[in-house]
Every structure is written in C-alpha cells, then in structure tokens.
Ligand binder design. Structure first.
Ligand SMILES: [Ca+2]
Length: 515
C-alpha cells in the first residue's frame, strides 16, 4: 500500500474518534515500497535565532554538510560507499515525508504500532518530530545532493548514508508516549521481516531507553535486542542523557546490554577538527559493569523539521528556519552511528554485528581527559575506520539475556497513563498477560509474530479499540492519540530549557534538547 497522499497536521493528534478499520498489513510486503521517514535530535552551539535571517549550513560546523565531512562519512562516499542497498530500521515516533526524505523509495513503512495507528491521517507519520529528525541524520538526501556527494553544495541536506533506506516502525505518539511492550513488538517485527520483499535490514536504530534497573541478563527488552543482534542486525542504542552519575552510572536500557553498540554523545566544540572534541555534558556515564562503547557527534546538529509537530510547537527555540531544527542528545549520536554502519555494511555485506562493533571501537579516537566510562573507546573516526582492517576479537561474549524477567521492571519509571490509569504490571498494551518466559521462547524461534498477532492480540483493526480495549484492566474506554501521555514525557523532560542536559531518556527517547 503506497501511502503517498497522507499529509501531516491536518488533524491534531487527539482529534476525532479512532478509526477502527485500519490494518497493519504486517504479514506481507504490502506496505513495502512505500515512502520515507525518520527523525532526529539536535542542539545548537549557536542560538537558532542567529540563523533566522538566513541559515547558511556552510558556516555551521554542526550542519550535516560539515558533520559528514569532519566525521569522515564523506570519505566513505568518495570511496564508493553511500549506504546503497542497506536498510536501517528506525523504531521511533514515525517519519514524515519532508524534503530530504521525500524521494521515492527513501522510506519504507513497517507497521505502525503506536497509539496513533488507528487514525488514518496520523498513521506512520511523525507527530512528534523526533523520528523524522533521526531519519534525516541517518539517510537524509535532498534532490539537490548529486554525486559526488562530498562536493555538493552545503545547502543540499544529507545524512550519513544518503543512499541507505529507512524502514520506519512508529511506536511513539505526538508526546512520545509508548510502552515497552510496543517497542519489543517492533523489534520482533524487524527480526522476522528483515528480508521481506527487497528489504535488507542490517541496522536497527534505537534512540530510546528506559531507566529500568533490571539486570540486562533477564530483561525482556534486552532479550529482544539480542535476538535482533543474533539475527545479524547491527543494533545501535543511545545511552541516554543523564550526564555524569557518580559511581552507579546511568545508561538507559537496553544500552545496558553489553552485546549491542551503546553510543554516547560528543560535542564538536564548534570546530571541524576532532582533536578538541569532548564528551557532551548530558551524555550518560557508564557503570563499572557497562561502559559506553563509543561516542559520536550529538550536539547542536542540523536536522529535518516537521512543521507543527510536538517538538516544533513546544520547542520553538530549536527552529533554525522553515526546513531545519536543531537538537542535541544521544539519540542524534546513535543515528549518526547507524548511518555510518550502513556505509560499512555496503562495503562489507557479510560482516557480522560483533565484527562491525569491533571496527567502530578499534577505530575510535580517544578524547582528552575523559574516562572510558564516559567515552568508551572514544569518538567515532570514520576516516580512520575506512583504512582499518576488520578483525573479529576472539574471546568470550557477554552472558546472554534469558528474557525471563519482568516486563514491568523493564519499564522502569516510565508508564503510559490514561485518565489516571497507569499501564503497569505483566501486561502489554492491550492488557494481555505477558509471560516473559513463553515470549522469550517464541522470540528465540523468530516466531513471536504470527501474521498480525503478537502476544495473543491482533495488532490491527478492532484490537486497538472497542471490546478488547475496554476489557483491559487499565483502560475503560477508547482512546485517541493525544489523550495518552507517557509519564516519561511529562514533567521536567519537556520543560523548555531544562530539557537540555536531561532528556528524552529519563524519558525514553534520547534527545537532550531542541535548540
Ligand atoms: Ca571539534
């Protein structure tokens, strides 16, 4: 089903009654070949207002034209690797087909598993703004970006992998609300459908994390990402924006899982040399048990704006101009790495995730004055990575997760609420009991989805509303998008300036600030 006619903003997220006739189409390839999407998180060194009179990306160190140059992504393009043939799954707030993501085939939509999925005018689209921003950082490509990309004018927007494709799975609503059960379902979908039709999903970007303290080796969310990894998908996870937390560290889950690539954020310090870069102040510290793997630029990045989206309306200081927004966070850092991973996987199409992880780590550049708990192996250096020789480190891998822990504990403090009713306990978004043990067995077999059914519910049509919803223990009526608010998104996380520094990750989505 091509979704070419939908436009965003024609109806407020909460408007109108839910449509009950939608279908996910998760069992086949009917949704493939659709459009585009992605979102990103940026922040600014230079106040956005400075650019209001006329933004010149050539003069902005943190524009994507400059960021792709000084990170070394452009060196990969020049060597012939642009991400072509590699699909990056983006589990986020959806993707809107703004310029830079609007060319045919740039974005493919997987199922919309969000609470807005039943509203046809919102389905797949990014009412928040985060997902589109991420997609642009990963694989944005303006029509004006013509080969050789490295020599294209700075006014032509580009992500790290301009020829990679985005496979968007929307799980978050306008205010970012989502439940861990939705994220797990989305990860499982990616694993089972990674090679549907002409899909070639090799990378999964998760600019998301909860403040769960449940040990990764039993955590259901960690288990799900491990299954993706084991299926050959390179899983890139933002570490969160909690900044320095003494002694205990603060990586969000599932970045706590030692198997995946946990990406923190660096700051360009306003220059195009890597030599003066620092770890961004908001980037979460690792614990003694789990360091950050690498850091990547995540401060004040230029990203694609979704007019009238939630962040657009609530963080006007982040607006650069009519097309661009600026944001900071480990979300953005993860997105840059996901794009870089697509470049590498075009070059090394059979490379397994662990080898690629070592390639990123071994070619990273240690920053001055930061402990490994902050920066891991250092900042990604793609020029160095281009000339590095891949190797597979021998030795034992970290202990695997059993996935048999608690769904409730996987949520941490982040719960969806409606009319004061909190979604909690061992139940999914539909109120279905979640048997972690049984689910883990299905996931290990790659069979947790059967058609459109996951954990006993059809994630399409009437399941979202009507009888099955009213029967659930935590909801007594049908809902519409805006009536949901994940507790993770309310309160301090969205309070304007206090946003920078803390985040979308105490607060699931790992963007630090929009400015
Ligand atoms: Ca610098």
């Amino acid at each position: 089903m091509m979704q070419v006619d939908r436009t965003e903003g024609s109806s407020p997220p909460g408007g109108g009654a839910p449509d009950r006739g939608w279908s996910l189409g998760v069992s086949g390839t009917g949704r493939l070949g659709g459009i585009l999407g992605a979102a990103l998180l940026v922040s600014a060194i230079v106040p956005a207002a400075t650019f209001a009179a006329g933004y010149d990306p050539d003069q902005d160190v943190n524009s994507m034209a400059n960021t792709t140059a000084w990170t070394g992504a452009a060196a990969w393009w020049t060597a012939g690797y642009t991400g072509r043939g590699v699909d990056v799954a983006l589990i986020d707030t959806g993707v809107s087909r703004v310029a830079g993501l609007a060319t045919a085939g740039k974005v493919v939509y997987g199922p919309d598993l969000s609470l807005e999925s039943q509203a046809p005018n919102l389905r797949d689209l990014d009412t928040n703004g985060h997902g589109t921003f991420m997609a642009g950082l990963i694989a944005g490509k303006d029509v004006a970006l013509t080969a050789p990309y490295a020599l294209a004018p700075a006014s032509a927007y580009r992500g790290m992998a301009p020829d990679a494709r985005i496979v968007s799975l929307k799980v978050g609503t306008a205010d970012g609300g989502t439940d861990v059960s939705q994220v797990i379902a989305a990860i499982d979908w990616v694993v089972q459908h990674k090679n549907d039709g002409d899909l070639n999903i090799r990378v999964l970007n998760l600019s998301y994390g909860t403040d769960s303290t449940q040990a990764y080796d039993v955590d259901p969310l960690a288990f799900a990402v491990e299954q993706a990894w084991n299926a050959g998908i390179f899983v890139v996870v933002a570490t969160g924006n909690e900044g320095y937390v003494a002694h205990t560290g603060s990586l969000t889950s599932p970045a706590t899982d030692p198997l995946v690539l946990a990406v923190g954020a660096s700051d360009s310090m306003g220059t195009s040399t890597l030599l003066d870069d620092s770890v961004a102040g908001f980037s979460s510290t690792g614990s003694s048990a789990r360091y950050v793997d690498v850091v990547a630029p995540g401060a004040h990045l230029q990203g694609l704006r979704v007019p009238n989206s939630y962040i657009d309306d609530n963080h006007p200081a982040g607006q650069i101009d009519s097309r661009y927004f600026r944001g900071s966070g480990t979300s953005e850092a993860a997105a840059l790495v996901s794009g870089a991973a697509a470049l590498a996987l075009q070059r090394y199409p059979t490379m397994d995730p662990i080898t690629l992880k070592y390639l990123f780590r071994s070619s990273a550049r240690a920053l001055n004055g930061f402990s490994s708990r902050f920066e891991g192996q250092g900042e990604i250096d793609l020029a160095r990575m281009l000339t590095a020789t891949p190797f597979t480190k021998k030795g034992s891998l970290p202990r695997s997760s059993t996935g048999t822990g608690s769904l409730e504990l996987a949520r941490g403090s982040e719960h969806l609420t409606r009319d004061g009713v909190v979604l909690s306990g061992e139940q999914d978004i539909f109120g279905q009991p979640f048997d972690a043990n049984a689910m883990a067995q299905l996931e290990a077999d790659g069979s947790s989805w059967s058609g459109a059914v996951w954990n006993g519910s059809s994630w399409s049509g009437s399941s979202w509303s009507g009888s099955s919803w009213s029967g659930s223990s935590w909801s007594s009526s049908s809902w519409s998008g805006s009536s949901w608010s994940g507790s993770s998104w309310s309160g301090s996380s969205w309070s304007g300036s206090s946003w920078s520094g803390s985040s979308w990750s105490g607060s699931s989505w790992s963007t630090g600030s929009w400015n």
